[in-house]
Structures are given as C-alpha cells and as structure tokens.
Design a protein around this ligand. Structure first.
Ligand SMILES: Cc1cc2nc3c(=O)[nH]c(=O)nc-3n(C[C@H](O)[C@H](O)[C@H](O)COP(=O)(O)OP(=O)(O)OC[C@H]3O[C@@H](n4cnc5c(N)ncnc54)[C@H](O)[C@@H]3O)c2cc1C
Length: 428
C-alpha cells in the first residue's frame, strides 16, 4: 500500500483520489480552499444558485467508468439525462439552428437552415472518425510516452494544420463558427489549435452530451461521499506550497503547517505553481476563463436551450447563455467592452428589467477563486500537446491529472487523466 497525496480537490483530484483509494492505497487529498470541488462548486446569492463552471459532459461513459471503478455504479447514485439539443447557435445574419446530438438530426436541422449545409457539416464531422479511433486507443485510454509515440498517433499529433485552417473547408461562416466554438469557448485562438482537436464535434455527435440531474452539485456530493466511503483523508484549507523531493523522487508535499509524507504525489492543479515542477512546464500558459455574469431573473423569460451561443459580427464578442430556469449565466469571449446584459439586449434578448440579482466574475477573479484555470493549458501550436505533464512527470513518484495534464481540459478528459494515473500507479 502506497501513501498517496493528491494536490487539489477539483474534479481531477476527486476522481484520482477515489480511484487510487479503491486500488487499496492510503490517500490524503489536500485542497487549498475551504470547500472541495474547484470548478464544480456552485455560486449562490439571494436564493439563486448557478453552476460555477461546467454544466454538461460529453462522453458520459467516463463518469460511469469512474463510479464503477471506485465502488457502486453511477446509476445507483446519480441520474444522467441526455440533452436532446446540444446547443442553439444564433448567427449575426439572423439565422439560427438548434443542434441535436445525432448525425441524422444535425443534417436535417442544418438543411432546414439552408439546403446543402447539413451534408457539408456531416461530411466535415465524419472525417474525424479515424482520428477518434487512434486518439481513443493511443492517447485517451493508454498511458502515453511522448518520446515513443505509436506511428498512427505521431502522424496525427505532428500535423501542422490548425483548426482555423481546417474549418475553412466548410465554406460557410456559420458552419465555421460552429466548428471553432468548442475551442474558442475554452479560451483558445483556433489558429493555434491543431486540427485534430476538432474531434470534439465527432464525439458529441457519436456519444451525445448529458447533464447530471441535480446539477454538478449532485455529482460533487456523490464524489465527496465516495471519498468518505473509501476512507480518503481530506484536508481542506490546506495549500500545497511545493513537493518535497529527495534524490529525484518525491517523498511528500510541503504545506504551511508542515510536510505530509507520501510515496506518490498526484498533482491535480496547475503544476506551474509548484516550484519542483514549474521548470518542466515553463513553456505553458493557462487558457483563461471567460467574463462571467450570473443573473437571477424574474417574470416571463424567453424559452432558451440549455446553451445558446450568440455569434457576433467579426470583432464582436461571442456570448453564451447557459439557462437553468430563472438562473442564467452569461459567458463572454472576445472583446468584451460593455456590460454583457446590454450586449445581449442588442442581440435581441432583453432581460434588463428582469434582473433581480447578479454576480459578476472577471477572468482574474475566477483564476484567483480556483487557484488556476480549469481550462488548463493554452494551445500555442501543435507542440503544446507534448508540453503538458501526465500521466507521469519528470520527478519520480509524481503524476499529473486534471485540466493542466494530458489529455486536457473538460470533464471527460479530466476524468480520463485520473483513469490513466490509476493505471500507471496500479493496485496496492
Ligand atoms: C466557466 C467554465 C465552464 C465550463 N463548462 C464545462 C462544461 O460544460 N463541460 C465540461 O466538460 N467542462 C467544462 N469546463 C471545464 C471543466 O470544468 C474543467 O476542465 C474541470 O472542471 C477541471 O477540473 P480540475 O480538477 O482539473 O480543476 P479545478 O476544478 O480548477 O480544481 C483545481 C483545484 O485545485 C485546488 N488547488 C490549486 N492549487 C492548489 C494547491 N497549491 N494546493 C492545494 N489545492 C490547490 C483549487 O483550489 C481547486 O479546487 C468549464 C470550465 C469553466 C471555467
């Protein structure tokens, strides 16, 4: 049995702690904040509650696997509800499309918007099928060694074409905006994102997207309960300042009240903040969160999809509305130089007189609250994929999970990072 210290109690740290404890290790999770959960934590004010970060997940199989491999199956504790509309896109020319999850339904919805668009989109998305098979097998489900990449994976990861260039083949600005949206939503410039990252559109179409009944708070509650069942020692309000390393191997983590000894350290936060690791990730930058406004609303509200993306004219910001009854969250990307509620009104959704309460959070507030960015590492070209740590790191006994680690940000990928580390560490 190894003594394991997990640094960070966001989804990545929770998932890693649950898996490693089930494998028989003695796990201590250290979280700098007073509350566990990171980006899963809700924001609350005046009786309203909003998701602080994620609201849905693609690839729900990752969550199911986490629950099964750490104890009881997910279905015994949580209900996953498949979205019948992934999101609505509204474009600057006044057209719009509600995007269903399946290929056939996407074709029909886009053909109704303009004949020819549906098949063009379907062909574009389907062209990712082979990439998906290779990525799944060699990158997402198997611990990788960047120095010894299997040829099929190397061929994909080394391609220099950017997502922005790749999406040009769609020959329609609206389809292009749809294709670039997932990368832009996570704070990236599509010119710096490799084309293969667009595989998300294929994954959404093939596996759908789900919300957790009761929201991320329900998921968080189930994970915290799982840690208690597995006897994980949870230290809240405990910031890890550095790792303690002797002869190139980690022997503990340093906190302000002393060293917590361990044989294995799992870093589930931004490794740039830990001096023992920072030099290995010096060439990475965080992908910053958006401008966020949480609104508590009253009165009759327009019917909204779970997520509505309002694309602007070039150089105008993109606004995303995540609506949950009277609790809406606005996320602004691009040049946000006025109140998002005003921009929203100019784009045809005027709820200015219905705002009962609001919480404004700048990207800087968010990074401070989370102790880093839950969007992980900023894409700066195809080589960025080689600069993330994980599952292993150059320091013996230290592993990396979470948004900053391989395979990247987003709940499914963060969940997979924990599965990879559990695979490498193995049973006690
Ligand atoms: C606005 C927003 C919306 C999103 N929407 C979605 C979505 O709909 N679907 C989706 O799949 N993904 C979404 N994401 C991405 C997803 O939420 C993240 O990728 C994921 O939650 C990251 O989990 P994490 O554990 O890596 O990081 P975090 O949740 O950031 O957790 C890191 C934790 O580590 C702690 N910590 C940091 N430093 C230290 C230290 N030195 N010592 C101890 N503890 C430390 C922090 O306090 C924090 O609790 C969204 C992200 C944001 C910001």
């Amino acid at each position: 049995m190894a003594k394991v210290a997990v640094v960070g109690g966001g989804f990545g740290g929770l998932a890693a702690a649950a898996r490693l404890a089930k494998l028989g290790h003695a796990v201590t999770l250290l979280e700098r904040a007073e509350r566990i959960g990171g980006a899963l934590l809700p924001v609350e004010q005046d009786g309203f509650s909003w998701e602080g970060g994620p609201t849905y997940t693609v690839l729900p199989a990752v969550l199911r696997d986490l629950f099964r491999k750490s104890g009881r199956p997910l279905e015994r504790e949580l209900e996953l509800v498949e979205l019948d509309v992934l999101r609505e896109h509204r474009f600057a020319d006044g057209s719009s499309v509600s995007l269903p999850p399946t290929r056939g339904a996407q074709v029909a919805a886009l053909e109704a918007m303009e004949p020819g668009l549906g098949t063009r989109w379907a062909d574009y998305v389907h062209a990712y099928a082979d990439d998906w098979e290779v990525l799944r097998r060699e990158y997402l489900e198997r611990p990788w060694d960047p120095a010894r990449l299997p040829p099929a994976l190397a061929a994909r990861l080394r391609k220099r074409e950017s997502l922005a260039r790749h999406a040009r083949r769609l020959r329609d600005d609206r389809l292009r905006q749809m294709a670039l949206y997932p990368a832009e939503a996570e704070g990236h410039d599509p010119r710096d994102v490799p084309a293969w990252v667009g595989v998300t559109a294929y994954v959404e179409q093939r596996f759908g997207s789900s919300v957790v009944s009761g929201g991320m708070q329900a998921l968080l509650g189930a994970l915290v309960a799982r840690l208690a069942t597995r006897r994980v020692d949870v230290l809240r309000g405990t910031e890890v300042r550095d790792l303690q390393v002797r002869d190139g191997r980690a022997i503990g983590v340093v906190t302000e009240v002393g060293v917590v000894e361990s044989d294995v350290v799992v870093v589930a936060c931004d490794p740039r903040r830990l001096p023992a690791l920072s030099s290995y990730v010096a060439r990475t930058m965080p992908a910053l969160p958006p401008v966020m406004v949480h609104l508590g609303l009253a009165g009759d509200l327009p019917e909204m999809a779970h997520e509505t993306v309002l694309h602007g004219e070039p150089r105008e910001p993109t606004i995303v509305v995540r609506a949950n009854g009277p609790a809406w969250t606005l996320l602004g990307r691009g040049r946000v130089d006025e109140d998002l509620v005003t921009t929203l009104a100019r784009r045809g959704i005027d709820i200015r007189s219905q705002v009962v309460t609001r919480v404004d959070r700048s990207p800087r507030d968010l990074v401070e609250a989370w102790g880093g960015s839950p969007y992980g590492v900023l894409w700066q070209g195809p080589r960025t994929v080689l600069r993330r740590l994980g599952p292993g790191t150059p320091v013996a006994g230290v592993y990396a999970v979470g948004a900053h680690a391989t395979p990247g940000a987003g709940l499914p990928y963060v969940g997979l990072s924990a599965a990879l580390v559990a695979q490498v560490v193995g049973p006690a």
